[in-house]
Design a protein around this ligand. Structure first.
Ligand code: PEP
Ligand code: MG
Length: 549
């Protein structure tokens, strides 16, 4: 409580704190826009919108005036009420937004109370960030900061945030459950992203051991640079394509600079993860930029994969009980044909600027695929009638990421130009283990025999049907699976650009004949642990100098 005569001072303090918070975010947004382009920067719009919300300020000021609350207490009261409203909706989809509101509350409080905590954007020295969770906007701004590594309590290995962290290029470990309870500010921590562990307050011997390991990894990574312009070819002359996964158009040239043969997965939905849908022109400009960035190499557009852990503002209006099994991906597109067609128009218009491929996410039935293809045809007709140029021969494919599609692979292969295996989702649906939930991450195993068999069948069927088959899940960028995947017959991998040269090294270090032997043997094991141990030892034999996988 404050004295009556201090009320106006509290309101002034509040207004100053809100203004500084907005200014901070606008500066961060400008930095991200400069580095990653408009789409990445737009994740800050929602936060800025909440800070500028007149009714929210009115509620806070009301409490200060009527109840003589201090500005920080009034702010917390109003913002906690908002958080409770999100919580009462009992929808995990809204978790992202609750974190954002908490983030905004902390920001205002920090500016009101004189910043006892440090803002990531204003760090003056390198730190390791240990947090319970990280929102998308926070993950997107990390390249702008002095954060040198991240460790989080929550998140699965292929969760949305984990994928962003991996493309950031610094060590990050997620799903550590209660790390924030065990370490505090000022502690020394080692982030071992190779073994997915964190060591808190290590002794001198452990630090020395990790310094040596770090130097070794830096040396090996530095040595990889010379592979950028060399082909990914096995020692017995089998060519492998290494493509890049991107989330924002500006990453296309980063992928190419790292030696990618093209973009195997452009996650276009990142353009939609903000308030207000991007219109056709905005999408067209973004897609054109991605095509131009890829400098003549093919770009595979995945139509927006919204829902589940990737939500728009509009979609939260109807929370679902089980969003991973709900109206996500192509299901959402087919329910929002207006929005889907706008995106298809933008992609088709952009197709005249280079080599464009198009694929649909989460296809589970043939009728769904046919409906999506029909929508492409309708859109082409509209453009034709309007005299707008586009490439009519654009290759249309699908993500193979549901067990249903995998088991009907032959039928699907006859109706698409190419297939891209989305192991991130395929594994979660095959093994019934949520990819974003650290509590079930021990069930989420790419080495599970059921996964191996499913991959073998998809790759084999595509080869028999003469349909190009790529793999764009995180597994493609993990060296421990390179031998296995080549041995299963995979010839096209799409991964975060940073993984390109390491995977290339593994491709160039093996023979396809040896890889086939490894895959055959791996398929004989009964458990994922046996498969992993075996792949680890074979990979080690191939490249004994490398760190343990
Ligand atoms: C996948 O599911 O493997 C995939 C590549 O798509 P996303 O990770 O965006 O779901
Ligand atoms: Mg997927």
């Amino acid at each position: 409580m404050v004295a009556k005569e201090d009320v106006s001072r509290e309101i002034e303090n509040l207004d100053r704190a809100i203004a500084v918070s907005i200014q901070d975010l606008e500066t961060q947004r400008a930095g991200v826009r400069e580095r990653l382009g408009h789409d990445a920067a737009d994740v800050f719009n929602w936060h800025i919108g909440v800070l500028k919300d007149v009714s929210q300020r009115r509620d806070i000021v009301g409490l200060i005036q009527e109840k003589c609350y201090s500005a920080p207490y009034a702010t917390s009261t109003v913002m906690r009420k908002q958080q409770r409203r999100f919580l009462q909706m009992t929808d995990p989809l809204l978790a992202e937004r609750i974190r954002d509101v908490q983030d905004i509350e902390r920001r205002i409080l920090r500016n009101l109370l004189g910043a006892s905590g440090e803002d990531l954007a204003h760090l003056t020295r390198e730190i390791i960030l240990v947090a319970h969770d990280l929102s998308t906007s926070q993950a997107a701004m990390l390249p702008e900061t002095k954060v040198a590594g991240v460790a989080l309590d929550v998140g699965g290995p292929t969760s949305h945030t984990a994928i962003l962290l991996r493309s950031w290029g610094h060590p990050a470990v997620v799903g550590l459950k209660c790390l924030t309870e065990l370490v505090s500010g000022g502690d020394i921590v080692i982030i071992d992203a190779v073994n997915n562990t964190v060591i808190a307050n290590p002794d001198a011997e452990t630090i020395a051991e990790y310094v040596t390991r770090q130097e070794k990894i830096a040396r090996i990574t530095g040595e990889l640079d010379h592979l950028r312009d060399l082909p990914a070819v096995t020692q017995d002359d089998v060519q492998v394509q290494l493509l890049a996964n991107i989330e924002y158009p500006r990453e296309a040239d980063i992928g190419v600079a790292k030696g990618a043969n093209g973009i195997g997965l452009y996650r276009t939905e990142f353009l939609f993860l903000r308030e207000g849908e991007p219109d056709e022109e905005e999408q067209y400009q973004a897609y054109k930029a991605a095509i131009e960035g890829s400098d003549g190499r093919p770009v595979t557009f995945r139509t927006f994969d919204l829902g589940a852990d990737k939500i728009t503002q509009e979609k939260t209006v109807e929370p679902e009980r089980n969003p991973m099994l709900g109206v996500r991906s192509i299901r959402y597109s087919l329910q929002r044909l207006d929005m889907f067609k706008v995106q298809l128009r933008a992609i088709l218009r952009a197709s005249v600027h280079g080599k464009v491929k198009l694929m649909f996410p989460l296809i589970s039935g043939l009728m769904e695929l046919r409906q999506a293809k029909m929508t492409v045809r309708d859109t082409m007709e509209d453009l034709e009638e309007e005299g707008i140029p586009f490439r009519g021969d654009i290759a249309v494919g699908m993500l193979m990421e549901t067990p249903a599609a995998a088991s009907q692979c032959r039928q699907f292969a006859r109706e698409v130009a190419f297939v891209s295996i989305g192991t991130n989702d395929l594994i979660q649906y095959l093994l019934a283990a949520d990819r974003g939930n650290e509590r079930v991450s021990r069930y989420y195993s790419p080495a599970h025999p059921a996964v191996l068999r499913t991959l073998r069948d998809i790759i084999r069927t595509c080869a028999r049907e003469g349909v190009e088959c790529s793999l764009c899940g995180e597994m493609a960028g993990e060296p421990i699976y390179t031998l296995l995947l080549i041995g299963l017959g995979l010839r096209s991998f799409s991964m975060a650009p940073n993984n390109n040269t390491e995977i290339k090294k593994h491709v160039r270090g093996c023979t396809a004949v040896k890889a086939e032997r490894v895959a055959r043997r791996a398929l004989t094991y009964d458990t994922d642990q046996q498969v992993l141990n075996y792949l680890r030892s074979e990979t080690k034999k191939l490249l004994p100098e490398d760190p343990d996988y």
